[in-house]
Design a protein around this ligand. Structure first.
Ligand SMILES: Nc1ncnc2c1ncn2[C@@H]1O[C@H](COP(=O)(O)OP(=O)(O)OP(=O)(O)O)[C@@H](O)[C@H]1O
Ligand SMILES: [Mg+2]
Length: 264
């Protein structure tokens, strides 16, 4: 696909592989029998009704929860090994920045923690300073989180997530609390970052247009128990522009996904 990350063309590497994975909380089955291969460099978005297990799935992939059955691998490693090797990073709905540290120092934090603990952290090609530039925050390096807007704070969180050069970026409704204009802007910026870094992205959202606009594939989960309803390939050209959302083919996907969601 035109505009896809450069490393995609090399070979078929699987960034995340789930095989008959399920998650239980006591007697309650939150996810059942999830089998998926997510190819390196792909951008997947995840949709599904509230409580269907979207966040649980990201927590499963990121080693925050163990599978009750089945297996989960990141780049051929266990999730624990992948976590220790900083193969993935997480961005939450709330930016979770340390309020007393500047934007730049928040971005640099994972590197500092790694150094203090004597962990061999993979240092990315880009310095924290360059990452702030990448997310459009040049000149705001010394600002404290409370001096930044919600969108800016979220961009700092994205820069921080990129500092160890993760191969997989897990994003749980990162733009859910932002106004529509800011969200549009960050959607475009995220696609640029995805293209430039070549990272794989798993992105949870409640917005059907956002899922289509960003994703090459939309994973639709259904509820009770959470399971795969369908994986919908979004066959729309990259790079994407905001005007794409006015195109009839975009609206065909909106209608299709809305119907699928209604069935979940
Ligand atoms: N720690 C927990 N203990 C018990 N049940 C949990 C726990 N975490 C999640 N659940 C349950 O698992 C189910 C899936 O939760 P999850 O947070 O993954 O849903 P979600 O799809 O992310 O929802 P939303 O769209 O509202 O964020 C829900 O029924 C929830 O109550
Ligand atoms: Mg959630």
């Amino acid at each position: 696909m035109d505009g896809s990350p450069a490393h995609k063309q090399e070979s078929r590497v699987i960034a995340a592989s789930l095989s008959s994975a399920s998650v239980k909380f006591g007697e309650f089955t939150a996810l059942r029998d999830i089998s998926l291969d997510i190819e390196a460099g792909d951008f997947w978005t995840i949709l599904g009704p509230s409580g269907c297990g979207k966040s649980t799935m990201l927590r499963l992939v990121s080693d925050l929860l163990p599978p009750a059955t089945g297996t989960v691998e990141i780049l051929g490693k266990t999730t624990e090994a992948a976590r220790l090797a900083r193969e993935f990073a997480f961005v939450f709905q709330d930016a979770t920045l340390l309020p007393w540290r500047s934007a730049l120092k928040n971005v640099a934090l994972p590197l500092e923690i790694g150094r203090k603990r004597g962990i061999d952290i993979p240092v990315g090609d880009r310095t924290p300073q360059e990452l702030l530039e990448l997310v459009g925050l040049k000149g705001r390096e010394n600002a404290l989180p409370h001096e930044l807007s919600g969108g800016m704070r979220q961009r700092v969180a994205i820069a921080r997530a990129l500092v160890c050069q993760p191969k997989l970026l897990l994003m749980d409704e990162p733009f859910g609390a932002l106004d529509e204009m800011t969200r549009d802007h960050l959607n475009l910026q995220l696609l640029d970052i995805w293209k430039e870094t070549g990272t794989t992205i798993l992105f949870v959202t409640h917005s059907i247009p956002e899922a289509i606009f960003l994703g090459q594939k939309v994973l639709m989960l259904e509820a009770n128990p959470g399971r795969v309803k369908e994986v919908v390939e979004i066959d729309l050209p990259m790079p994407r522009h905001i005007s794409l959302r006015e195109q009839p083919e975009f609206n065909v996907y909106c209608t299709r996904l809305r119907r699928l969601l209604e069935e979940c």
